[in-house]
Design a protein around this ligand. Structure first.
Ligand code: CO
Length: 138
């Protein structure tokens, strides 16, 4: 069963251009440093809110999976939602058994714990990330 909403992924052509929207317009005060996740082809920056986070995602490299999304949404936009689960392998097996399309195998996500993605085609159009709750969190 899904737990806490960990973050909402927002794709953007430029994290540097997106940060002022959250910091200056919306008043977010806790904005992390952006960092590259080379294997995933993304730059990531977390905006921490009292109850969740926004994960800003910018393409990194020519093969980035975000290029396609930005081609369809040039200004950027909401890309995925991420829910926490207690155990990623249990979640993967359960999702498959229930008919969801699990994209790939668990791999380490931006928070350092394993994640999987569920294809939007049988998730009501929403790309869903499931992330194992970090040990000692909450
Ligand atoms: Co994410």
């Amino acid at each position: 069963m899904i737990g806490r909403l960990n973050h909402i992924g927002v794709a953007t052509p430029s994290i540097d251009a997106a940060i002022p929207l959250y910091r200056d317009l919306l008043g977010a005060t806790e904005i992390g440093e952006k960092f590259a996740m080379e294997a995933q082809g993304v730059l990531v920056c977390f905006v921490t809110l009292p109850n969740s986070q926004i994960e800003l995602i910018e393409p990194y490299g020519e093969a980035s999976p975000i290029h396609g999304f930005l081609a369809r949404n040039p200004a950027g936009g909401q890309h995925h939602v991420c829910f926490e689960v207690p155990d990623i392998y249990v979640a993967r097996d359960e999702m498959r058994a229930k008919g969801a399309t699990v994209l790939g195998e668990p791999r380490i996500g931006a928070h350092g714990t394993p994640v999987i993605f569920l294809h939007p085609k049988n998730m009501g159009g929403v790309l869903v990330e499931l992330m194992e709750t970090p040990k000692g969190a909450h």
